[in-house]
Design a binder for this molecule. Structure first.
Ligand SMILES: Nc1ncnc2c1ncn2[C@@H]1O[C@H](COP(=O)(O)OP(=O)(O)OP(=O)(O)O)[C@@H](O)[C@H]1O
Length: 333
């Protein structure tokens, strides 16, 4: 079958999950193509684990539909489980088994034919850089190695979809780097969803990011698209003293789309720090600096173009939902 005739790895339409008294997931929809890596982000209680558990067929949805590779989870949960490698948070592993023994046991449970299994285990041990610890007892391995054993188990049967909940939690920076490279090496071979709180990790590893808050999708796109959509095309940090009330008009005279998004100060010597956004992609730093220096109402100490991180995007997107979802409710009370 040609690649384009294949269904997406994951299709979620208008997914809703209500627990008694709490709607944890409100109408979430998204698609993940085969071979793509998606970062699934949200603050505590946003509904990430609930969504992942529905995707894996361990929890029924209240309404909406989820299909993996075209197979509906609601009616064929067992078939769907065979399409997934799942690494839950704090993945429990048998302490007293050897690494290759464990993979053999899991491979048999996943119905990998006996004659293929030994060579497949060699491949995943190599992929996950575990060959040198293959005969070691799992309980005696460091957290980084154990995490890689979890990944080896998830990819063992070559499922088209891998779901990982917080795969780098509790690892040191060196171990994080190894796990990150390992996940990146799955790109193009398997569709991967990773939930994580470590945003630089997500930014470096994922093709696309989906941010949820209070059970709703608040942003989705590549990290670059999210920066533009959520934060504006260019960001500046301005340190300035003087007639701050007149600043908005002075900025608009240089570039009509320039807006102040944050303001703090004054500091002990009278300077305010402001964050500005504009819809323009090209730099307006030079004309802005010239205009402010020439204006006798202001004293300029600094003007820098900033590169926002995924953390800035995350904070702005989740703050925005709070304003959209919570604020009206509060004002009607
Ligand atoms: N079994 C349950 N019964 C009732 N409410 C639940 C249940 N499981 C989760 N919730 C609620 O649903 C909401 C979403 O929880 P969920 O665990 O999916 O969020 P999360 O994004 O995974 O959070 P975290 O990052 O803290 O794990 C929360 O308000 C939570 O209290």
């Amino acid at each position: 079958m040609p690649e384009e005739a294949l269904s997406p790895a994951i299709e979620v339409h208008n997914l809703v999950k209500a627990y008694a008294g709490v709607t944890a997931v409100h109408n979430i929809s998204f698609t993940l193509q085969r071979g793509e890596i998606l970062g699934f982000l949200g603050p505590n209680g946003a509904g990430k684990s609930t969504t992942m558990r529905i995707l894996t067929g361990y929890l029924p949805a209240t309404s909406g539909s989820v299909s993996l590779c075209g197979i509906p989870v609601a009616t064929q949960p067992d078939a769907v489980k065979r399409l997934i490698g799942y690494m839950p948070e704090n993945n429990p592993l048998p302490e007293d088994m050897r690494v290759s023994e464990y993979l053999y046991y899991r491979g048999r449970l996943k119905e990998i034919p006996r004659k293929k299994l030994a060579s497949r285990i060699d491949e995943v041990l190599e992929l996950c850089d575990l060959t040198r610890v293959r005969t070691r007892i799992i309980g005696k391995l460091s957290k980084g190695f154990r995490q890689r054993v979890g990944i080896a188990e998830a990819v063992l049967a070559e499922p088209p979809v891998i779901i990982m909940d917080e795969p780098t939690i509790g690892l040191d920076p060196h171990q994080i780097l190894i796990v990150r490279d390992l996940i990146a090496s799955l790109r193009g071979r398997m569709a991967v969803i990773i939930s994580s709180h470590i945003l630089p990790e997500i930014e470096m590893t994922c093709d696309r990011v989906l941010i949820i808050n209070q059970g709703r999708v608040v942003a989705t796109g590549t990290p670059g698209e999210l920066r533009r959509d959520i934060l504006g095309h260019s960001l500046y940090k301005l340190e300035i003293a003087g007639d701050i009330a007149a600043l908005s008009d002075a900025l608009a005279a240089v570039e009509p789309t320039l807006k102040i998004t944050e303001q703090s100060g004054p500091d002990p010597v009278g300077f305010h720090t402001l964050r500005l956004v504009t819809d323009r992609d090209d730099s307006i730093g030079e004309p802005l600096m010239r205009a402010l220096v020439a204006d006798p109402r202001f004293r300029l100490r600094g003007l820098n173009r900033e590169s926002p991180t995924l953390e800035d995007v995350f904070l702005a997107a989740t703050r925005r939902t709070w304003e959209l979802v919570d604020a009206p409710k509060r004002s009607t009370k």
